[in-house]
Design a protein around this ligand. Sequence first.
Ligand SMILES: [Zn+2]
Length: 234
Amino acid sequence: MILQLVRARRRQVLIDVDTQKDFLLAEGKACIRNHRRVLGHIRRVMAWARVRNIPIISIAEVHPDNNGESEFCCCIDGTEGQRKVRYTLVSNRVCFPADGHTDLPRDMLRQYRQVILHKRCVDPFDEPRIDRLLSEMRANEFLLIGAAAEGAVKAMALGLLQRGKRVTVVTDAVGSHNKREAKLALRKMEAKGAKLVETKRVAGVSHLRHVGACDCESCRGLTRKSSIGLREVS
Ligand SMILES: [Zn+2]
């Protein structure tokens, strides 16, 4: 049976990919480049989606701990790094584990503002529940933010495009580990039909001076050459 949620044709849906502490914070196990700038834009887009009542589908990576011997370096179940950055969460949310099942409650998107789905892999479409939800969900536009451009965001964009969805990538709210690979990935997404825009086109400009969430000197606005110099001599 087709889910209730697919009947209502929604204008826009925000897809937030792997916006977890391990990827976005300086202390994270696999922090992206330019995390301060990307965090600021993610915060802006999330605030915009909240105000506009735009449904948020969040994908989050999780790997089992295996008694401390996980083959993965980040997003280990139960660790702080696996958790989402606080402003990527809205209070009215529901979360689904990555268990290989495809069940979803009928009125899910009417009941909840945010649906969080876990995945055990890079490509979100390798998880049956995520594949089902995104294949069946209709919207005029799927907006993508998160990390990483050359990894899960690329897989998300290409998977949606293959399923005939209209995809817009908010490029400055997408982080990457490798600048060159990220550039190639964005080019590929665009070649396959994705629209590339900047945060200000979608959500306007933020007046926030600090991005919050991250405690590094850069995010707290403390990175002046003099202060770093002083620290080095002391
Ligand atoms: Zn930081």
